[in-house]
Design a protein around this ligand. Structure first.
Ligand SMILES: CC(C)(COP(=O)(O)OP(=O)(O)OC[C@H]1O[C@@H](n2cnc3c(N)ncnc32)[C@H](O)[C@@H]1OP(=O)(O)O)[C@@H](O)C(=O)NCCC(=O)NCCS
Length: 175
């Protein structure tokens, strides 16, 4: 188990000037992560988890929060809302068995989509993957998720040939 990567803690500003803190997730963020997922719209949850779950089952919640930072890195975005530090987004990669590529996933609280936080999280994640020595990052996006497909294109991802599943699109970026 790698040490908590404090070097990845950063402060940024959203488009409207709101300060946002980016930091790697910790096991003790599990309750906050569950609240974040419960608070997402059904559409956002479906786009992220490709299923109709309302909250995370215990094992999945542990998998997403109790990570080794070496094969699995998740960065969360936090803003202060009425004095409470609140998660508004999360982006993660999981290293593939080849140890040179990884798969990303990202989701932003509905009220904070379009705020700039998605770009901050994904650019931070890409930089961290590159610093880890990974060579490519890939993702699987629902074919009707035009917002994510546009966002991925802006981040430099290209579409790969169709996967086995016609409902998803495979996007890949060199790091
Ligand atoms: C897909 C997703 C991550 C994209 O996040 P996002 O918040 O839309 O992306 P951004 O924060 O970069 O915002 C982009 C918007 O900000 C706008 N923007 C860009 N620069 C700007 C600036 N300087 N000032 C103001 N607005 C700006 C863009 O025009 C864009 O708006 P548009 O979509 O109307 O063109 C988000 O919609 C989401 O969480 N969806 C649900 C889960 C999901 O689909 N996950 C992907 C699974 S693989």
């Amino acid at each position: 188990m790698a040490e908590y990567p404090t070097a990845l803690i950063r402060q940024h500003l959203l488009f409207d000037g709101t300060p946002v803190r980016i930091r790697p997730i910790r096991a003790d963020d599990a309750a906050m992560e569950q609240d974040f997922v419960r608070h997402l719209s059904a559409d956002a949850r479906y786009a992220r988890f490709m299923g109709t779950l309302k909250e995370l089952p215990a094992a999945k919640l542990r998998y997403l929060t109790d990570i080794d930072y070496e094969h699995h890195l998740a960065l969360i975005a936090l803003v202060e809302i009425e004095g409470v530090e609140t998660e508004i987004g999360v982006a993660r990669y999981v290293v593939n068995p080849d140890d040179t590529s990884c798969e990303f996933a990202v989701v932003i609280d509905d009220a904070w989509q379009g705020s700039g936080v998605a770009g901050i999280l994904m650019r931070s994640l890409i930089a961290a993957a590159r610093a880890r020595g990974l060579k490519t990052m890939e993702g699987f996006v629902l074919a009707n998720n035009h917002r994510m497909l546009k966002f991925a294109r802006q981040l430099g991802f290209r579409r790969e040939a169709a996967t086995d599943d016609p409902g998803t699109i495979h996007v890949v970026r060199t790091l």
